[in-house]
Write a protein that binds this ligand. Structure first.
Ligand code: RUB
Length: 316
């Protein structure tokens, strides 16, 4: 363990790893807060040592979960803010850029919500998967526009994030039907929009989101239900512009089956991928705070925001 990394950062890193903090936007916000606390708690008087502490903290946070690109995007945003030459100046830089980042995230979500809400009509039923705050922003804005929206919520095995979604939509006044994941196709005939979030969007418009999203999208296309992805630009993956692929997290098999039951079954191999890739041809629109995009043209927005690519957050 890197001793330069303070206890608060380690705590947040641990909570991201164990999924107490989860969802791409929440992970990004927590990472920015963690770097801020590393800066405010630092006791070093040497500017170079201060910067190297911040980079070590960023690396620890980066290594928690591999798929949500919002995490490195957040770390990069905060670390790039460091331009002063004194420790006090650098501390202020990090506090300022972390606060800016969190404010921008909140604003982006509100703006994206308006765009997504415009796609929803009064009386629409959506089907959603997992738990996405970007999706909530769209539904909440539609409800605020006075539209009646109903939701069919997939429970999202194995971690049951659908329960969080069901509760939050209920609190928004949205009538919810909860279904097991495998019942999705049966209920797609009743659905006007499939609405999901994203952990990363690749340069070709592929959407990386909770395992089961791609199957849902294929079924929705077959049934003629449009597929909308709510993803603020924080979810755009700059590395994919230069040929990198998105790492799909494989989680502990204990999330699916305990060791004792596994042994009773003769110890079959168990796989627990946390995410999957939905090809762009199954996506109708990616809704961002910069407007809605067909997936094939998202790369234009990526070039505008990131240039031709980026390096690791701590390598700059
Ligand atoms: C969460 C998940 C969410 C995206 C978007 O996966 O796949 O759909 O992160 O969420 P996990 P948001 O539970 O494994 O973190 O819109 O809140 O960023």
């Amino acid at each position: 363990m890197d001793e330069r990394v303070h206890a608060e950062v380690r705590r947040i890193a641990d909570e991201i790893g164990t999924m107490e903090i989860r969802g791409a936007a929440a992970i990004a916000e927590a990472a920015a807060r963690a770097l801020r606390s590393q800066a405010t708690d630092s006791e070093t008087t040497d500017p170079e040592a201060f910067k190297s502490e911040l980079r070590a903290a960023a690396r620890m946070l980066y290594e928690t979960r591999p798929t949500a690109v919002s995490l490195p995007n957040a770390l990069r945003y905060v670390l790039r803010g460091m331009s002063s030459t004194t420790v006090e100046g650098l501390r202020q830089d990090v506090v300022q850029s972390a606060d800016d980042f969190c404010a921008r995230l909140e604003r982006a979500q509100a703006d994206l919500g308006q765009v997504g809400a415009n796609r929803l009509r009064d009386g629409d039923t959506i089907m959603t998967h997992c738990h996405s705050t970007d999706v909530f922003a769209c539904v909440e804005a539609a409800v605020e526009q006075g539209k009646h929206i109903e939701a069919i919520v997939k429970e999202t095995r194995p971690r049951l994030q659908g329960h969080i979604t069901a509760e939050a939509l209920h609190e928004m006044g949205v009538p919810v039907t909860l279904i097991v994941d495998s019942a999705a196709r049966r209920y797609l005939n009743d659905v006007d929009h499939v609405l999901v979030g994203a952990d990363a969007i690749a340069a070709d418009g592929s959407v990386i989101n909770k395992i089961g999203t791609s199957g849902l999208a294929v079924n929705a296309r077959d049934r003629g239900a449009p597929i909308m992805v709510a993803a603020q630009t924080l979810k755009l993956h700059p590395g994919t512009m230069t040929g990198h692929t998105v790492d799909i997290e494989m989680r502990d098999t204990e999330e699916i089956i305990d060791d004792e039951t596994l042994a009773e079954l003769g110890n079959p191999t168990v796989k627990n991928p946390a995410f999957d890739v939905t090809p762009p041809r199954y996506v109708d629109a990616i809704v961002t705070e910069r407007g809605q995009f067909p997936p094939e043209s998202i790369v234009i927005l990526m070039r505008e925001l990131f240039g031709e690519g980026t390096t690791e957050p701590w390598a700059e």
